[in-house]
Design a protein. Structure first.
Length: 365
């Protein structure tokens, strides 16, 4: 049964690339009306992700060469390029960010979808871009599409997945972006019972990759700070390496089958040295810096395979739904905040003084 819906909603508007001052909490945004192929979802939780920060500060621009901490609030105030989105295209501000959505379907744009009203759902972050050429491309929730930093959001029905789980809304809201990114990396690199090295292992994507790799039977070596070692061991990590150590000395040359890299930066050359001949390297992040030096002889003489991972086939998200419903993975939520505290939440996120995920909770409406 359809609920009586308000005309206006609370939402966080991103007014343009820049610092935290570009985030504006508003209480008078018109509740969107679902189109024929869309559902209206009342958002019950929305996780915070690196992409929220990177998009806001314009870090995806090819003009940016620093890591995400060096190129942060101060530098982003002078951002003038128009290629600061995932796709490299100009964003049409204002937008509502939020790559994670857990919520309830409250309306549908067509009669055939009205039966979905009342479903508890998760929304896929990297959504299929419909194009006649069948190219590998996607639209990102919270970037090209309005996302979860609001009380309500409209989503194509094909990108909304019913979930049956005893997890809380906050726990489910920690899943879509980070866990689908991690599962996408493992899916593309075909991780199995072998040795896997994961950089940035204590963050949202990294800790998800640890769980998902262990689920596949892998022996996992995790790179993290000393403060995060015990928490990573609790989720199954077999060995940890400090970010400041020499990887070849700590792990050994030609000793790792797969690298899942979320960091890149100045130690990138060492990552290739620890890969076995025939090894696979998969990446979807570069928080320590996007510009690295590659000796092509290392690539071809060791017969390495590289995977850049953004697009995700739908089976990746369906796998996550199955893992959750079968209790094969577990959520790792560090803290939650009301939506109107988004600036504080993003400051805490940038500090990296937490383990797992941070989640925003919109007010009931």
């Amino acid at each position: 049964m359809k609920k009586i819906l308000p005309r206006h909603m609370h939402a966080v508007i991103l007014k343009g690339h820049g610092g935290l001052d570009k985030l504006e909490y508003k209480k008078n945004i018109i509740v969107p009306i679902p189109k024929k192929d869309e559902l209206l979802i009342r958002v019950k939780g929305a996780g915070i992700n690196n992409t929220d920060i990177n998009t806001r500060i314009g870090w995806y621009s090819k003009s940016v060469v620093e890591d995400t901490n060096l190129y942060s609030e101060s530098n982003s105030k002078n951002f003038i390029s128009d290629d600061g989105s995932w796709t490299g295209e100009t964003l049409n501000f204002p937008i509502i960010q939020g790559a994670d959505v857990c919520g309830e379907v409250v309306d549908a744009g067509s009669n055939e979808n009205l039966s979905r009203v009342g479903e508890r759902v998760l929304v896929r972050t990297m959504q299929e871009k419909i194009n006649k050429n069948k190219n590998i491309s996607c639209l990102t929730l919270g970037s090209e599409l309005n996302g979860g930093f609001a009380q309500y959001v409209t989503i194509r029905s094909s990108e909304v997945f019913s979930i049956k789980s005893n997890w809380s809304d906050i726990e489910l809201a920690s899943i879509p972006c980070a866990y689908s990114t991690a599962e996408g990396l493992l899916h593309r690199s075909q991780v199995r019972e072998e040795i896997v090295f994961i950089t940035g292992a204590s963050g949202g994507v990294g800790s998800a990759a640890v769980q998902l790799a262990k689920r596949r039977g892998a022996n996992v070596i995790a790179q993290c700070s000393k403060e995060k070692v015990q928490k990573l061991k609790k989720i199954g990590v077999d060995k940890t390496v400090s970010g400041g150590n020499n990887l070849v000395e700590e792990i050994g040359k030609n000793s790792v089958d797969v690298v899942i890299d979320l960091v890149a930066g100045p130690k990138w050359k060492q990552i290739l040295e620890i890969l076995k001949p025939g090894g696979r390297y998969a990446t979807s992040g570069a928080i320590a810096g996007p510009i690295v030096e590659l000796d092509l002889r290392t690539l071809y003489l060791k017969d390495l395979t590289f995977f850049g991972c953004t697009f995700q086939p739908k089976e990746v998200f369906l796998n996550l739904i199955r893992y959750i419903e079968n209790n094969e993975i577990r959520p790792l939520v560090s803290k939650s905040y009301p939506l109107n505290e988004i600036r504080k939440a993003q400051k805490d996120f940038i500090s990296k003084n937490f383990f797992g995920k941070l989640v925003l909770i919109p007010p009931l409406g």
